[in-house]
Ligand binder design. Structure first.
Ligand code: GSH
Length: 212
């Protein structure tokens, strides 16, 4: 039994979709970040960084950080095919994309959504937001070129959870002047991901009525 602490359309989208696909019993506990519920003392006890998602497993053990949760679930449920085996030729590229998406692209997107976490002052926050958007747009263009050459999935012919991660981050660009889906190959990837049962059920459960 797993418990996933989540907030609508947040980084939990990836582990939430995975749990749906895996088909194990799990419960969702909503921690609405827009209402600052992630800063309440009870939640800080399980995630002192005041972030979602957090996964509870094995009767009370705690795991946070989306990539760690995704890799953990992938390794615990190998039949779901979320990650290549350690001896697969896809493994190095899979690790690269998981790290790139969380460490590089996600950071640019967080700067866009929350410039106030990084810098004070309305003008400077607007500058940071503009720069973050420029960087995120460039990164999605780069992913698009990669997919054109080596797609349709990030690691080539086979779907892995890095593709869920990319689709999740693409969703976060919906209010940008050039959203991720404006890139044709990224758009194809997103459409394929949205056809997957777990991802589709996650979108509905999280109330994402207009996916990108
Ligand atoms: N590196 C963390 C980042 C998680 C994160 O920033 N989550 C956002 C929602 S997408 C959050 O909890 N924001 C609350 C805040 O920053 O106050 C992860 O990938 O799990």
């Amino acid at each position: 039994m797993y418990t996933l602490y989540w907030s609508p359309a947040s980084a939990n989208m990836t582990p939430h979709a995975m749990l749906e696909d895996i088909g194990v019993p799990y419960e969702l506990v909503k921690v609405d970040t827009s209402k600052r519920e992630h800063r309440k003392p009870d939640y800080l006890k399980i995630n002192p960084h005041a972030r979602v998602p957090t996964l509870i497993y094995d009767g009370g053990k705690i795991l946070y950080e989306t990539t760690a949760i995704a890799m953990f679930l992938a390794e615990r449920h190998p039949a779901s095919g979320f990650a290549p085996n350690t001896d697969s030729p896809d493994r190095p590229l899979f690790l690269q994309w998981m790290a790139y998406l969380t460490n590089t692209l996600q950071i640019a997107l967080m700067h866009w959504w929350h410039p106030e976490h990084v810098i004070d002052g309305t003008d400077r926050q607007a500058e940071l937001k503009a720069k973050a958007e420029q960087r995120a747009v460039g990164m999605f263009r780069f992913l698009d070129e990669h997919l054109a050459k080596s797609g349709p999935y990030l690691c080539g012919q086979t779907f892995y959870v890095c593709d869920y991660y990319a689709a999740m981050l693409a969703q976060w660009t919906e209010f940008m002047a050039k959203p991720a889906h404006a890139n044709p190959n990224v758009n194809t990837l997103i459409r394929m991901i949205m056809q997957r049962p777990g991802y589709a059920r996650m979108l509905k459960a999280e109330g994402i009525e207009q996916p990108v």
